[in-house]
Design a protein. Sequence first.
Lengths: 406, 351
Amino acid sequence: MKQGQVRQGGTVESLSRDKQGIHLFRSNLFDIAPPESTTVLRHEVRAFLAKELADGSFVPECDAWIAGFSPEFSMKLGQRGWLGMSWPRPYGGHERSALDRLVVTEELLAAGAPVAAHWIADRQTGPLLLRYGTEEQCLRFLPAIARGECYFAIGMSEPDAGSDLAAIRTSARRVEGGWQLQGRKIWTSWAHQAHCLLVLCRTSPPGKDRHVGMSQMIIELASPGVSTQPIISISGQHHFNEVIFDDVFVSDAMVLGRIDHGWEQVMGELAFERSGPERSLSTFPLLVELIRQLGPQPDEPATEAVGRLVARLWTLRYMSLAVAHLLNSGIAPDVEAALVKDQGTRFEREVAEVTRTLLPSTPALDAPERLNALLAQALLTAPSYTLRGGASEILRGIVARRLEQS
Amino acid sequence: MSDIQDLIIQTATQVFEDHCTTETLRLAEGGVWPAELWAVLEQTGLPLASLPETVGGSGGSLSDALAVLRIAGQFAVPLPLAETYLASWILAASGVALPSGPLTVAFTRGDTAAFQFRRRASTWKMTGIASRVSWARHARQLVALGQSEDGPCLALLAPGRGTISPDQNLAGEPRDTISFADVEVTEVVPLAVTPDWIWSRAALTRSVLMVGALEGMLQRTVRYASERVQFGRPISRFQAIQQQLALLAGEVAASRTSVEAAALIAEQEDEATAAIAIAKIRVGEAAGQAAAIAHQVHGAMGYTYEYPLHFLTKRLWTWRDESGSESEWARWLGQHIAAQGAEALWPFLTT
């Protein structure tokens, strides 16, 4: 029987037809042994964090990359050259490898450090400026971001446009020297304290292809016509906001990239947003505390549960590394990042669910016991993990479409 | 992936496509040894991959052998290929020239004293019993691990020299009990690898086979969903199916990643037990969920003996129990992690 031939009823054929199969991770697994300089860097970051912890400048928290807003901490990182790491030196960057950046970010995440202020700017706005920004924009924003002094928020979602981002209604009409922006954005974390917002808006009406006719613009949040209103999450925390644009003037110099080509730009931004290790480490401080509380000789059910969690996290970390490797090779890892985010965010919640089955607890955000406080943080933020940055169901749709094509 | 490995994968795929048909699998499940399939495979030299030329191997790295094994898993190949590799690695490390033909290994978990070897003048006598010996009845040679007065050792002999009680796993693969009562062996060789090394490498080969089976299952399921028409369209158009396929693909990708990481570490370090444990846990967990999705998407058709999906799913269900289940390995790993303490977790994950 030749490859692919099937007799009636599928009686005689081999089980596998394709030579390579459906292999989502096209890159060969990166080098296990990183360069010496990367290992040195990792230890530098650990030493810094150990000192900060000893000084009491922060307490490890779950979800600290979203909720832990600390300009002081961001500036310390900036001073050490740990922001804008892979950017060109003329823009305040340090021309280090993507692997080096990954090492720094995962150390900060694992420590539950308060990195929220600079996180978006460093992770996605900066790279987007490098790709689409003018020289003027790069010189204006990138060095300040790299110093940990300039913070950006994400202006994508709207009340009527969440998963369906192409349904946005915020629009800009052409005026002399620029644009007049009208509309609103929602879920804009820290817009009430950030400097700028990168807004996706309509500059032309949607045609047959809904994706044509959108643009990205850099809005200074202090501009006339911009107002923010807090949105409180179920935990009582305030980081989300609604941002309203009432005829806000945006000069041509603040348009990012090409008018009406915002969709492909924002897809690139989302690739940066989705490919990070934060999608499995949000509850890592809780996992550490769980192991601490279980002690050196837990009972069998506990050791088994811990073993399973660690196996999952180890695997997720390698999957994250593979995604970073793809991103670094210039490949847009949309499907791979979607897949890792889906599994990673489920894992983050699983840590909380497993913890409460292994130890007695009375979770409360202000509990004096670390376990109870961390567990409360994890439980109350868990519903957001599988929603933010792409709802899991949407991500699975992205994966399914790739499977159809293979 | 090197050019050589590409060639290895192509060759293995071609051999299995041409000679490991559904008919082959049915006959094998009925107890028929697929002689032609083994002969063709042996002719390609693939069972000698990763083995040093000094003992008659064809050279190459561990990942070359594992690449062949992964493809074998994809096709549910009913041969002791993993066992032949494992036996060969043990023999090569212990300085024994590789015999031809299918091989297998008899050992008891954590206890090399499955067989006792006693000196008798210029020769040895071997006694003992081992159960769940893969493919014992069809192997040409058995690597019997045991203990002599000098320490852990091995002997190489034909399984037929012992008494075989046939048994099988859920997928119909031979898992025989073999016993020897004062059987003469002329050569007993000191064992150059530890029981833990053997057990972990067995788990690695089992994990690699499972990744192959998962990949084969994913391909087949995606294809079925695109061909099966209900309500006037392929079922792959329905979101409910798409979501399940995406979950399935995720489990397969996670499995492959963890196993590739373990394989790379095993290639570079002697001590790879933690990485292998993690791979076996992750693949074992994936297997259950993935097989369930595959059967669900295939509907009633996939539940028939005639449709070959079960050759893969039965292997997944049974292989996850072999060479240490997820629970056993997770307990080992959890103990290891707990003993090192909470502060050591992150360094453990990042080494």
